[in-house]
Ligand binder design. Structure first.
Ligand code: SAH
Length: 488
């Protein structure tokens, strides 16, 4: 690809005035000057700003915001006092209306530019924003614990793209009960002189405080991630946490690796249950610490209802829910179809999924554990590929190419793609549209108010069967043995 020639060189510490015309994935303003692209944290589209260049690369650089000469009409005062320093909420300085518009634009841009989708040809439903207020929505926190300059434990959030801790006692997007639980743990650490983790020296004990709360059940699970095997005075921490409504369990997660990955492999239950339960709509779910569970309970039900309505189930369908987590979407779908098959890579999540089916008396579901690209591909190669609808809900990196090929071979009439990254959604949509599918409907949903990420539900339907790589396999020719050996 031909790179645009820059007309002049830019140097570090140079001050410039420029207009911002876009927002990047992490909420940073993007401006262009003489063919050069600058990323500026805290600047918004439609603003004229004075900046100082901090870092230069060949065709782009990073600059610090010095002055907003002409502010955007969508600029607002962040609710959180540490919003500008903390790397969590990157968009609190943009009005909620502005955030929604920006997220919707991002999905549209990706689908047209990367996915080659013609927006005129599809049904575009307006983005689902939080119905009221957008603070205190999160049901899960993973706060790092580090030492302040006097060696006392502090918690908060890392500044963007760094491991510099911005200390705060209250995170505005968390449910207040989660902040309260974190403060109970912090007081305990201080009172018993328990050492926070020191990343550089790989010493000290407590690395993270992980709290999860059921929105409807109010059950709270607290997990301390430690660089060790045990926690002294744990019974005192239990006693203190018991003063909180809904305290369900205390866990210790052992992580003695030099790593940025938060959870280690070993989970020890110190008190109570190793899971919490919660409702989404009428269904009750059991959630263990290792399992994925959507973080915004108010929006989750709206996201799933969108996916459910896009599937347009009549009751006789066989549906596959790939990347199914604890079976949340699977059980929604099972209430209105003949059979649902869920596939997920995390064993604890599959265990939860099976428990959840039992908990809700749902029998027309089967869950398999393993990488979807391997498990489903194996099943299909053995003939087990009857599918009317396939739901895909992968992590940010999107679907594995092998899985997309397999899904195309299964020839479902509909594919409902639930995505947490519009760029990888668009990349995968391009593959699917080249192999006989067509985008019909799209709806974005704001699961992360204050932050830059956006969730999207996209319905694709099968065009003409002669455009598919044809494999005709029937259910009664099945040999399930290989596939079942993968199920845990
Ligand atoms: N549909 C679920 C989970 C979505 S998150 C929900 O809404 O709650 C994506 C899930 O994909 C996570 O549970 C993750 O563990 C799982 N996952 C990641 N890579 C996978 C793979 N290769 N195969 C199957 N599941 C995978």
């Amino acid at each position: 690809m031909k790179r645009m020639d820059t007309k002049r060189q830019f140097t570090k510490n140079e001050e410039l005035i420029l207009r911002i015309d876009d927002l990047g994935t992490d909420g940073e303003g993007i401006g262009h000057i003489d063919g050069y692209t600058l990323f500026i944290k805290g600047a918004l589209p439609e603003e004229t700003v004075r900046v100082k260049i901090m870092k230069t690369k060949k065709s782009m650089g990073f600059a610090r915001l010095l002055e907003i000469i002409e502010p955007s009409s969508k600029r607002c005062e962040p609710e959180c006092p540490v919003a500008n320093q903390c790397g969590g909420c990157t968009l609190q300085h943009l009005s909620y209306e502005g955030q929604l518009a920006m997220k919707e634009k991002k999905v549209k841009d990706c689908l047209t530019r990367i996915g080659g989708v013609d927006l005129e040809q599809i049904e575009w439903l307006p983005i689902l924003g939080m119905p009221e207020g957008y603070l205190h929505y999160r049901n899960k926190a993973q706060f790092p614990v580090r030492a302040d300059k006097n060696g006392f434990p502090v918690t908060g959030f890392f500044a963007g793209r760094s491991h510099r801790l911005v200390s705060t006692k209250e995170c505005q997007i968390q449910h207040p009960a989660i902040n309260e639980a974190v403060n109970v743990v912090m007081d305990f650490l201080k009172d018993f002189h328990i050492k926070p983790y020191d990343e550089e020296a790989h010493r000290g004990l407590v690395r993270h405080i992980y709290v999860r709360r059921g929105y409807y059940t109010k059950q709270i699970m607290v997990c301390l991630v430690v660089n060790g095997k045990s926690l002294l005075h744990a019974e005192e921490l239990v006693k203190r946490l018991q003063s909180m409504e809904g305290f369900a369990g205390l866990l210790l997660n052992v992580n003695q690796e030099r790593t940025n990955v938060i959870l280690g492999g070993e989970m020890k239950l110190l008190w109570g249950t190793a899971y919490i339960e919660d409702y989404i709509g009428k269904l009750r779910y059991r959630i263990s610490a290792q399992s994925f569970y959507q973080v915004n309970p108010v929006q989750t039900v709206r996201l799933y209802e969108t996916a459910f309505s896009f599937a347009e189930l009549e009751g006789s369908e066989t549906v596959w829910d790939l990347y199914c987590g604890i079976g949340t979407i699977s059980l929604f779908l099972a209430t209105q179809s003949s059979k649902v098959i869920g596939v997920e890579i995390v064993p604890e999540a599959i265990e939860n999924a099976r428990q959840n089916a039992r908990l809700n008396g749902i029998e027309n579901v089967e869950f398999y554990c393993g990488a979807a690209e391997d498990v489903v591909t194996d099943m299909v190669s053995q003939g087990d590929c009857s599918a009317d609808v396939v739901v895909l809900d992968p992590p940010r990196k999107g679907c594995d190419g092998k899985l997309l090929d397999t899904v195309v071979k299964m020839q479902p009439k509909k594919i409902v793609y639930v995505s947490c990254d519009p760029a990888t959604l668009a990349r995968d949509v391009k593959v699917l549209t080249e192999k006989g599918y067509e985008v019909r409907k799209v709806r974005a949903c704001d699961m992360f108010p204050g932050g830059g990420h956006v969730e999207t539900v996209c319905l694709l339907s099968k065009l003409h069967s002669d455009q598919h790589i044809g494999v005709e396999l029937k259910m009664d020719e099945l040999d399930l043995t290989a596939a079942e050996s993968k199920a845990t």
